[in-house]
Design a protein. Structure first.
Length: 355
């Protein structure tokens, strides 16, 4: 039996295409008359800005190929979702001619030599103006049975860290780590404000800053999330509330909805570190406050392999573990996307590829 790479039938979430019925493990490539090994994957098959879930397909894709000799294939044991995956389904950062694109930035798994590894998701990408890209932007992502990356992108899984925990770290937690350390220079800070407390980056920033002994304030629109973020060691407040003190570092991923509050909450010489703009990327900025208070507004994206190594060591040695909203079997990846899209999450939505 021969199958097309693509969509056939529906299952799972009503908005999501699924190719559960297609079972052969090899596909015929009609152009070259050869069979291609296949694997199960979750991918963007089109874009839908209004309803990104409708652009998600779960089905079969060719197993990864290696663009270069130093690339290897990792068998994935766990992955996690990021807001980035929803942006991709909306068409942000991807072009039509790149479709279908396997989604997912984060993974922990097993390398070809049988070692347990964590995948660093930033790969060299000639032709991209940044010189690099995150998995699922140019090269197939981690929401699959396997992913290919340069061998140098593999870091050893620290002893005592579960694959489902490690799979939370390479994107949201790495971003939060760099925001606090390299960019925010948190060693010199007493107090930190984290906006939008329920998000993956935000929960990471709260947990890490609290573990570093800082006074942490966190905003959330949701009373239940405020209660949960307080359990992580933060003083939880409603968005826009006046804080009992000005802070030295602000962690911003929300954007337009919170940026004015970030400026107003900043102490003289504070660092406002921005890695996302979930609620809009064109806030009004009071420049008088920026220069009068000598504020630094710093953009950042992801982190370096050394920073991921440091983060893994920090988590392993200090017993810090990612804040996990839910662990969902990969066979129910559509439910995982629906959960992230609902906005109801607290921490990371993790996918277990072993069940
Ligand atoms: N540059 C990078 O390297 C990098 C890496 C990871 C993520 N990001 C970006 O960072 C952002 C957050 O990512 P994530 O995965 O942590 O996302 P997420 O888990 O979906 O979190 C988003 C959070 O933003 C808050 N929020 C959303 N809309 C809001 C609004 N209108 N007003 C106030 N708060 C609002 C919510 O907090 P409450 O419900 O608690 O209020 C929500 O929990 C995304 O834009 C993502 O693209 C960037």
């Amino acid at each position: 039996m021969v199958a097309d790479i693509g969509v056939s039938g529906t299952a799972g979430h009503p908005d999501v295409h699924d190719t559960e019925m297609i079972r052969p493990r090899r596909l015929l490539n009609p152009a070259r008359l050869v069979t291609v090994p296949i694997m199960r994957a979750a991918f963007a098959s089109r874009f839908d800005d209004a309803n990104p879930l409708a652009a998600l397909t779960v089905g079969e894709r060719p197993e990864p190929t290696h663009p270069d000799d130093d690339w290897v294939t990792v068998r994935i044991r766990a992955s996690s979702l990021n807001h980035h995956d929803l942006w991709s389904l909306r068409g942000v950062g991807l072009r039509e001619d790149q479709l279908p694109m396997i989604l997912g930035c984060d993974a922990a798994g097993v390398d070809p030599d049988g070692n347990e590894v964590v995948v660093y998701p930033v790969v060299p990408t000639p032709g991209d103006p940044r010189g690099v890209s995150i998995l699922s932007e140019h090269f197939p992502g981690t929401l699959a049975e396997q992913v290919a990356v340069p061998r140098s992108n593999l870091l050893p899984l620290p002893a005592g860290l579960a694959a489902t925990d490690a799979a939370c770290l390479p994107t949201a937690w790495l971003t939060a780590w760099r925001m606090l350390t390299t960019k925010g220079r948190v060693d010199d800070a007493d107090a930190v404000l984290v906006q939008g407390a329920g998000g993956g980056v935000a929960t990471a920033a709260v947990a890490l800053a609290a573990a570093m002994g800082k006074r942490v304030y966190a905003t959330s629109r949701d009373a239940a999330k405020r209660e949960r973020i307080a359990q992580l060691g933060a003083t939880a407040v409603e968005p826009g509330s006046r804080l009992p003190e000005r802070v030295d570092v602000v962690i911003e991923t929300v954007g337009a909805a919170t940026f004015d509050h970030s400026l107003k909450s900043a102490a003289p010489m504070a660092r406002i570190v921005v890695s996302g703009a979930t609620a809009g990327h064109e806030p009004k900025v009071n420049l008088r406050r920026v220069f009068a208070m000598q504020l630094e507004i710093l953009g950042t994206s992801m982190g370096t392999p050394d920073e991921l190594t440091a983060l893994l060591a920090f988590c392993a040695e200090r017993g810090v573990r990612p804040v996990v909203d839910s662990v969902i079997p990969f066979s129910r990846v559509t439910d995982a996307f629906a959960r992230l899209h609902s906005g109801d999450v607290f921490g990371k939505v993790v996918l277990d590829h072993t069940t």
